[in-house]
Design a protein around this ligand. Structure first.
Ligand code: ATP
Ligand code: MG
Length: 214
């Protein structure tokens, strides 16, 4: 049995064409099914649905042989024990620092002020500001980062941005582009040794189907 960990939503939706290229079709729709384990047209391949931030953990501890997860999640997890053979170029967005349009971020940086930054991505944020030599107090949140500056709790946020519409709707503007983000295939290293042929087949099919945007 080969088990693939996916999260509902864009990761699941955007992985479907790659699975199809590997001859794998998921037999139930996660949006309507209550099942957490979904069968596929291949009796020895199944999909488990887990929280996006839990995908690397499932693969690390062998709850799944493979998984698809954002680079953001992977960096925050640490990636220990995971083989990362492929950038899938799906779920593309970028990590950014954003601040209220009336907060002079560049001036605060120039003056060496301590900046209060709210984020779910503390590892990425800590690394970015340390490299830049900016003093920050990080405030860990689990969602809706854009609310933090609006309530006066933070000066800025570190969050994922795709269109920028959410930032704009909350009077925030991007002030730093931290890194491009896309989803990666991750593989349990022990599983790869034990089930080399079927896992290799999936990796190769995904590799052949990846569409690199220009
Ligand atoms: P959870 O709410 O369970 O913690 P999540 O909100 O991180 O999960 P998704 O919104 O499905 O889950 O995001 C999954 C992955 O997709 C993210 O880790 C990121 O890599 C990528 N992603 C997030 N937001 C966007 C976006 N607006 N556009 C493109 N990709 C995105
Ligand atoms: Mg989300």
């Amino acid at each position: 049995m080969i088990t693939l960990a996916l999260s509902k939503g864009r990761i699941f939706d955007e992985t479907l064409p790659l699975l199809k290229a590997a001859g794998i079709e998921v037999l139930e729709d996660p949006e309507t099914s209550r099942k957490l384990i979904l069968p596929t047209n291949q009796p020895d391949v199944r999909v488990v649905l887990v929280r996006a931030s839990d995908v690397p953990t499932y693969v690390e501890y062998g709850g799944a042989d493979l998984g698809v997860t954002g680079k953001d999640v992977l960096i925050e997890h640490g990636g220990a024990g995971l083989y990362q053979p492929l950038d899938l170029h799906i779920a593309q967005c970028h990590m950014a620092v954003a601040a209220p349009t009336d907060f002079d971020y560049q001036k605060a940086v120039r003056q060496g002020s301590r900046i209060r930054v709210a984020t779910k991505y503390t590892t990425i944020a800590r690394g970015f500001f340390a490299e830049k030599g900016v003093h920050v107090d990080l405030i860990k949140l689990y969602g809706s980062m854009e609310l933090a500056p609006l309530t006066g709790m933070a000066d800025a946020i570190v969050d994922l941005v795709s269109t920028g519409k959410t930032l704009k709707a909350n009077n925030l503007a991007e002030v730093e582009h931290i890194m491009d983000i896309s989803a990666r295939l991750v593989v349990n290293q022990a599983a790869l040794k034990l089930k080399t042929a079927p896992i290799r087949r999936i990796i190769d099919a995904f590799a052949g189907a990846v569409q690199v945007p220009e």
